[in-house]
Ligand binder design. Structure first.
Ligand code: SF4
Length: 395
């Protein structure tokens, strides 16, 4: 099915901003008018919630376990809570993930869910099964502000950042849809924050969601198996390292500032030398000893042998691994995918120089789930899509 058609099933109900964003402690002093969505709370915030309703903080561990480990969304099923507490929770709280609007499986087993948020925006989440692991690619924003020129999400414009609930629910929904049995092996073994959006521009909510991913009473993933991918928001990379270090991937895509300014406009603010400095700092005490650099292969733009040598020089002082990503074209793009020969030549230069280099397989491209193709449905506040369309149809 043409995914653009099923995106159109999303409707646009009245926005309810009060349901978004991290619930503050103040709100736990119970305005009964609105229920607290417990998916917005990591364990620390959940403890504050239980204190706020006059109960014990250890309830947080029990409820986090019910929701995230056992996938329970019905308070009556939480049998180690008293009947009174369950009744109280029904009055003041809810467990409300986004609704699945579409569930598609690609020929290679890649699975993509379109999730509708309360305000009518839609985001996409992708599960990529492999022999040794199952990776979930999670979105952090509705659209993206950064407007990288080769990225479908960037072209969609931007609406808002996701709440903690909307981020962690992607893992919850995937586990449910994949039929995860909490007593059996994990199906989702790795999470990559590489979907729609720049996660470091939604830092607080992303970090709370990551804390749930790492929490042994929730998803229990190791820091090495959670990867945050950034276009290079340098000051916030330092915050991440200090507050919640996980594996780091950096969207590099170019070997000099002139080209990177064009491909990743954020580079004008944080140029390559500052970005690599931040990567070096990140590697100290990092969960992984090296940074993964993502490099999309664009025909005739960044894929020459000379550029491969430049990349080797650039990364010589950063412990690195390189992922070469064959470009996935989308409507209105001016770029083409590099030929397989160009990708192989580029890769061979890096490998000969001792850089660990992997050419990523294109997964799920028959359902537009491949890298850089996620588009969701964004009520664009930037008017970027309109401007782009106007440019495209001008003679
Ligand atoms: S590549 Fe990442 S940072 Fe750049 S526009 Fe796309 S989603 Fe945003």
């Amino acid at each position: 099915m043409n995914h653009r058609r099923w995106h159109d099933r999303c409707t646009i109900p009245v926005a309810d901003e009060t349901r978004h964003g991290r619930t503050s402690l103040l709100r736990f002093t119970l305005s009964t008018a609105e229920k607290t969505n417990l998916l917005n709370l990591d364990r620390e915030a959940m403890q504050a919630f239980f204190i706020g309703i006059g109960d014990k903080p250890f309830r947080a561990t029990q409820v986090v376990q019910w929701i995230h480990q056992y996938g329970v969304d019905n308070f009556d099923a939480m049998t180690n809570l008293s009947k009174e507490l369950r009744a109280r929770l029904k009055d003041v709280a809810e467990i409300r993930p986004p609704e699945i609007v579409q569930d598609q499986v690609a020929a290679d087993g890649t699975r993509k869910w379109l999730l509708r948020l309360d305000d009518g925006n839609c985001i996409e989440t992708v599960f990529i099964p492999e022999a040794e692991r199952g990776t979930l690619c999670v979105s952090s924003q509705v659209g993206c502000t950064l407007n990288c020129s080769f990225c479908s999400t960037g072209h969609q414009g931007f609406n808002r950042s996701l709440t903690v609930a909307e981020i962690i629910a992607q893992l919850l929904v995937a586990n449910r849809a994949l039929g995860r049995d909490p007593k059996a092996e994990r199906i989702v073994t790795n999470v990559v924050l590489m979907g729609m959006g720049e996660p470091l521009l939604n830092f607080d909510n992303v970090v709370s969601a990551i804390r749930l991913m790492l929490d042994d009473y929730a998803y229990g993933l190791s820091r090495r198996r959670v990867t945050l991918s950034t276009a290079g928001v340098v000051p916030i990379m330092d915050r991440l390292r200090a507050e919640c270090p996980v594996s780091l991937a950096v969207s590099l895509h170019a070997t000099n500032d002139r080209l990177r300014d064009e491909l990743v406009p954020l580079n004008r603010k944080y140029p390559i030398h500052e970005l690599l400095e931040a990567c070096r700092r990140y590697c100290v005490d990092s969960p992984r000893t090296r940074v993964t650099f993502e490099y999309v292969m664009l025909d005739g733009v960044n894929d020459s042998v000379d550029q491969a040598h430049e990349l080797v020089r650039l990364l010589s002082t950063v412990p690195s691994k390189v992922n070469l990503i064959p470009f996935n074209p989308f409507p209105q793009t001016q770029y083409q995918r590099s030929s397989q020969e160009a990708i192989d030549r580029f890769r061979d230069v890096l490998i000969a120089a001792g850089l660990t280099t992997i050419t990523r397989k294109t997964r799920g491209d028959d359902i537009d789930a491949a890298c850089g193709q996620l588009a969701g449905r964004v009520q664009d506040r930037t008017r970027r899509r309109q401007r782009l369309m106007a440019r495209t149809i001008q003679p």
